[in-house]
Design a protein. Structure first.
Length: 113
């Protein structure tokens, strides 16, 4: 069973930066796609950024120009660099991969104003 473990969340002031990491228990190149989702209190989980097997990157409009997804295959890790964070970015961030669809446990990101 594949496992995804996120890290790097925390509390940051508006305008600050964080980098999230997602470590997979198998080669990330074996996945068709990987991505980051987030879920704020009272809201549905939404896609933040994703990368496909052919390296196509996709970002939510709300994070374009501020967030960057990257991967380091030698470490089986995907990153989400988040810059110019805003209070509306506050959420639990989840790593996702598939197939088969697999979720990490989530990491909390809190941005104070």
């Amino acid at each position: 069973q594949v496992q995804l473990v996120e890290s790097g969340g925390g509390l940051v002031q508006a305008g600050g930066s964080l980098r999230l990491s997602c470590a997979a228990s198998r080669s990330i190149l074996s996945f068709g796609a990987m991505g980051w989702y987030r879920q704020a209190p009272g809201k549905q989980r939404e896609l933040v950024a994703s990368i496909s097997g052919n390296r196509y990157l996709n970002y939510a409009d709300s994070v374009k120009g501020r967030f960057t997804l990257s991967r380091e295959s030698s470490k089986n890790t995907v990153y989400l660099q988040m810059n110019t964070l805003q209070p509306e970015d506050t959420a639990v961030y989840y790593c996702n991969a598939g197939p088969p669809t697999t979720w990490g446990q989530g990491t909390q990101v809190t941005v104070s104003s």
